[in-house]
Write a protein that binds this ligand. Structure first.
Ligand code: HEC
Ligand code: HEC
Length: 146
């Protein structure tokens, strides 16, 4: 009888120890969502907010391919507005002027580290941007005729 109580107590302790991480995770509150600085003066993005939240990286990749591969630099959004497809110029300088309070806050929260900034310029607080030489036209690029 005594043995049985000891065995049961041991099993209960074991179970409690094994499931401890689950209990702890359930008890702790989730990390507060990051507070994002909205653009000043702009009310609409180039696509609905819900789409941008989940798919901005896809849109940026599409923009990159259109510019670099097809030589097309303008994009017409769903509202008929025509914008320049530019990560530094349109996304950052024209709207999300402070990358640290928008892009970075969410990326830090989600543990994402986009590697774009090794090449693409982050505009300064005053809005200045270093622009490179104009890209060659499509027809003058090597291999463009292929
Ligand atoms: C190795 C350097 C390099 C890296 C890293 C890089 N890019 Fe680019 N990207 C370029 C170059 C060069 C162009 C062509 C610039 C032009 O013709 O104006 C370009 C063009 C673009 C364009 C269209 C033009 C513009 O001014 O924005 C987009 C959008 C873009 N890249 C997005 C991205 C994104 C998003 C990342 C990160 C996931 C990224 N790029 C990482 C070099 C790079
Ligand atoms: C609301 C949160 C949020 C905001 C704000 C945000 N991002 Fe992101 N971003 C993410 C998440 C989450 C991912 C990773 C998605 C994945 O890996 O599937 C991501 C991924 C990316 C990627 C792809 C990275 C890669 O290595 O492929 C790029 C490029 C990017 N974001 C650019 C930006 C830029 C530029 C801004 C600001 C103008 C921005 N994001 C603002 C949440 C955000």
């Amino acid at each position: 009888m005594r043995n049985r109580i000891l065995i049961l107590a041991g099993l209960a302790l074991c179970l409690a120890a094994l499931t401890w991480p689950v209990w702890r995770a359930l008890a702790s509150a989730p990390a507060p969502a990051p507070s994002l600085a909205r653009p000043v003066g702009a009310t609409r993005c180039v696509a609905p907010v819900g789409f941008m939240r989940t798919s901005h990286m896809t849109l940026l990749a599409e923009w990159r391919d259109r510019v670099v591969r097809d030589g097309v630099r303008t994009y017409t959004d769903a509202d008929g507005r025509v914008v320049t497809m530019s990560l530094s110029g349109t996304c950052l300088r024209a709207c999300h002027a402070d990358k640290t309070k928008f892009c970075d806050r969410c990326h830090d929260y989600a543990g994402v580290k986009p590697t774009c900034w090794g090449c693409h310029v982050v505009p300064t607080a005053t809005g200045a941007i270093v622009s490179g030489p104009a890209a060659p036209s499509r027809s003058s690029r090597p291999g463009a005729a292929l």
